[in-house]
Unconditional design. Structure first.
Length: 267
C-alpha cells in the first residue's frame, strides 16, 4: 500500500514493472487490485510500467463520502500520471472508462493513448435503475442476503457462456457472495455518478489515439453503448470481445490482453 497525497486527497497507488507508463482505472465499487489478476502481469511481461490505484470512494484511498464528480476522478488520474512522470497510456473500464474519456478530453497532454472498456456516452435506463436501487439500499440501511446479491450480480456481470459450466459458475458465485451488498459511503458516491448528461457531442473533440472495447454479452453497459463512444471519437477503433459480460477483462483475459498490448504497441 502506498498512500500518496494527490489532488487534495489521498490515493492508494501501486506500480509494477518498468518501461512506458500504463495507468489502469477501475470501475464502480471495485479496488484497483482487481487489475492484478490478469492485466498487470500481462502488461509487465509486455515491457510496461503499470500503475493501478484505488479511486476516490474506495478505501484506503480517501472515501470522499460527501460526494464528488467525474471531473474530480479525471483530475485524480491526471495527478497520478503527473506524480509518476507521465504522460501515460491510460486504460479504464466502466466508470473508469468514463474517467479516461473525460481525461483525454481535458488533459490530452497527459494521455499517450486511451483504452475504454465497457463504456458509454449517455446514461442507460436499466443501469440507472440498478444504481438507484443500490443507493436506496444504502440510504435505508438494508443489506441483501449474500446469496441473493451473488446470484443477481453474477447474472448482471457474467456471460451465459461462462456460466455453462456449473463448477465455474459456483466459483463465481462464491466470489460475489464474499462481497458486501451494502455499498459503503464512498461506493455510494461512485454510484451516484450514473446520472449524467449525454457526452457524445463533447467526445468529438477528443484527439487522443483511442481504442474502445465492447463485451458482447454485457448486460450492464451493452456493447452498442461502447460503439457509440467509438463513433463519437474521431479515428477511434472499436473491437468487440465475444462470450463475455461486463467484466470481460476477467472472463476473457487472454483476448482482452492481446488486444490491449497490440494497441499499445502501435502507439
Amino acid at each position: 500500500m502506498a498512500l500518496v497525497p494527490l489532488n487534495g486527497i489521498e490515493l492508494n497507488v501501486l506500480t509494477e514493472g518498468s518501461g512506458d507508463l500504463v495507468v489502469l482505472v477501475m470501475g464502480t465499487g471495485s479496488p484497483g487490485r482487481v487489475w492484478r489478476t490478469y492485466q498487470v502481469p500481462a502488461l509487465v511481461k509486455a515491457g510496461y510500467r503499470v500503475a493501478y490505484f484505488d479511486n476516490r470512494g474506495i478505501k484506503p484511498s480517501s472515501e470522499c463520502a460527501d460526494g464528488f464528480t467525474i471531473d474530480d476522478m479525471a483530475a485524480d488520474t491526471a495527478a497520478v500520471i503527473t506524480h509518476l512522470g507521465g504522460p501515460a497510456h491510460v486504460v479504464g473500464t466502466s466508470l473508469g472508462a468514463r474517467v479516461v474519456q473525460e481525461l483525454a478530453l481535458a488533459r490530452p497532454d497527459l494521455v499517450r493513448s486511451a483504452v475504454m472498456m465497457a463504456t458509454c456516452a449517455r446514461p442507460d435506463p436499466v443501469q440507472q435503475m440498478w444504481s438507484r436501487g443500490m443507493l436506496e439500499l444504502h440510504d435505508k440501511g438494508i443489506e441483501l442476503p449474500a446469496s441473493f446479491f451473488a446470484a443477481a450480480s453474477l447474472t448482471r456481470n457474467v456471460a451465459a457462456a461462462t456460466l455453462a459450466d456449473p463448477v465455474v459458475a459456483q466459483d463465481w458465485l462464491q466470489m460475489y457472495e464474499f462481497a458486501n451488498s451494502m455499498p459503503s459511503a464512498g461506493e455510494r458516491a461512485q454510484l451516484a455518478l450514473g446520472a449524467f448528461e449525454p457526452r457524445a457531442a463533447a467526445y468529438r473533440a477528443i484527439t487522443v489515439r483511442s481504442l474502445v472495447m465492447g463485451f458482447a454479452e454485457d448486460r450492464v453497459l451493452p456493447p452498442r453503448l461502447s460503439r457509440e463512444v467509438a463513433d463519437a471519437i474521431p479515428g477511434a477503433r472499436y473491437v468487440e470481445v465475444a462470450d463475455c459480460g461486463h467484466i470481460g477483462y476477467l472472463e476473457r483475459p487472454d483476448e482482452v490482453n492481446r488486444l490491449l498490448v497490440e494497441f499499445l504497441r502501435g502507439a
